[in-house]
Design a protein. Structure first.
Length: 144
C-alpha cells in the first residue's frame, strides 16, 4: 500500500473529520470566550473596583525609550520594552476558568442525556390475551 493511499484512508476516517470540526468550533468558541472576558467581564470588574484596568497591570524590566508612554501597556509592548504583563496573565486565567466551566457544563449535560438514553425502560405489561392464556395454563397445570 502506498503512502498516499494510507494517508487517504487516515484522512477520510470519521474520527479525523470529527476532530477537525471540533478544532474549528473550539477555536471559534475560544474567541467568543475571549471576547466575553475582555469586553464584558473585565470592564465590569474594573468598574466595581473603581476603574481598575487589568490590561495595564505590568512591571517594567527594561528602560523606556524616549517618547513612549511608560504607563501604556500597548505602547510599551509595541516599543519592545521588557515587562512582566501579569494583568494580561490574570485575564487569560479568568478566560480559561470560564471556558473550562462551560465545557464542564456541556459534558455534564451530555452525560445526563447519555444516562437517560441508556436507562432500561420498564417492561411493558403483557397483553390481556397473554394474561388469560397464562391463567388458563396455570389452572390446567394444577389439574394434572
Amino acid at each position: 500500500m502506498s503512502m498516499i493511499q494510507e494517508f487517504k484512508e487516515f484522512a477520510l476516517k470519521g474520527n479525523v473529520m470529527d476532530l477537525a470540526v471540533g478544532v474549528i468550533i473550539g477555536a471559534a468558541f475560544g474567541k467568543i470566550t475571549t471576547s466575553l472576558v475582555e469586553d464584558i467581564i473585565m470592564p465590569l470588574v474594573g468598574a466595581i473596583f473603581g476603574g481598575f484596568d487589568f490590561s495595564n497591570m505590568f512591571v517594567l524590566l527594561g528602560n523606556v525609550p524616549e517618547g513612549v508612554d511608560p504607563n501604556s501597556y500597548a505602547a510599551l509592548k509595541e516599543a519592545g520594552v521588557a515587562m512582566l504583563a501579569y494583568g494580561n496573565f490574570i485575564t487569560i486565567v479568568i478566560n480559561f476558568i470560564i471556558l473550562a466551566f462551560i465545557i464542564f457544563m456541556m459534558v455534564k449535560g451530555m452525560n445526563r442525556l447519555r444516562r437517560k438514553a441508556e436507562e432500561p425502560t420498564a417492561p411493558e405489561e403483557p397483553a390481556e390475551e397473554i394474561l388469560l392464556l397464562r391463567e388458563i395454563s396455570a389452572k390446567l397445570g394444577d389439574k394434572k
